[in-house]
Design a protein around this ligand. Sequence first.
Ligand SMILES: *Cc1c(COP(=O)(O)O)cnc(C)c1O
Length: 397
Amino acid sequence: MAAALRPDLIERLAVQTAERENAKLLRRLRTIDHVDGPWLETGNQRLLSFCSNDYLGLAQHPQLIAALTRAARSEGVGSTSAHLICGHRTEHAELEEALAVWTGRERALLFSTGYMANLGVLQALLTRGDICVQDKLNHACLLDGAKLSGAELKRYPHADVAAAARQLAASPDTAALLATDGVFSMDGDVAPLHELAALCNRERATFMVDDAHGLGVLGTNGAGSISAANLGQHEVPLLMATLGKALGCMGAFVAGPAALIEGLIQFARPYIYTTAMPPALAAAALEAVQLAQAEAWRREKLTALIARFRSGAMELDLPLLTSASAIQPLLLGSADAALAAAQALEGQGLLVSAIRPPTVPAGQARLRITLSAAHEEAHVDHLLAALETLRLPPSST
Ligand SMILES: *Cc1c(COP(=O)(O)O)cnc(C)c1O
């Protein structure tokens, strides 16, 4: 019989899923029925959430909702096309302009998601024979972008600038891109941006920073981790950031020199062959960009909540990582311990995500706590009181 031995792909996937379930690493979807600031309703439970990336508390801001509604009434819901056909609207153009000004760059280009922006940048810039040097803890989409590009991916140990330097020096005549998260999504620490910028300058490598978790939160007027490090477009020609985190919307952009943006419009396939984000969403994001700059109190409140959480956690000797950002992980080690801790917190009305392999390396499972300007001091105190009852392993530092 022909092809009798050909494996069935869906069956093979089902076997992998069963293996993951046996390893107690199965991911489960939870449907959220209603959101009210940091409060979530799911099933019959009302939970105080420490999981969202709505760092500035803008996702439900009345001005964003009004901008979205206004633009939808006038322009409808869908953009109806890709940017290069007839999907690029005034709302997109205005948002791009505002993002370029905010981040101090010549131009900006919108993408429908951050995942696509990173795929698009790496696929457009790199080709077989080039090298792409990346921090081992970079976001999955930067790694996938390098694979898609055909370049050789070299991953250096987390924040190890000397190792990155060795990887670049090993191929001195090869076109090279060095990419790092600005704020690391699972650890919350900031990349050594100064040292990496100096290295890229010395080695003539193009430096790219993914500032998904820094934009809106760090730097003057919330312009991000690059601005906080006093660096500009000259030192970091390639900035990517998202609109779905601190800005409370969805989508992403790349900002940098005009030649970069012109080239991406020509060659970034995840930009060209996809539907433009809804214009009403771009209008809401523009409102968010303006609020993020104007309402410095949101950053100040977030900073105070982070300090309150960290000092409380240190008093309790909890296994905190050294993060000054809104991402405050507690390192628990085993996946079972992280899951048990998250379940115990949920029993006390708190939603905190357990982050397990393969999202983080084996043995480094954690609770990933995220704080927001939508939280109040009492919420942080509630979380600390609940954590105290868990008997977590003490800090190892
Ligand atoms: C969330 C995130 C992305 C992906 O952005 P989306 O808009 O959610 O697709 C990319 N990079 C980092 C570091 C992120 O945290």
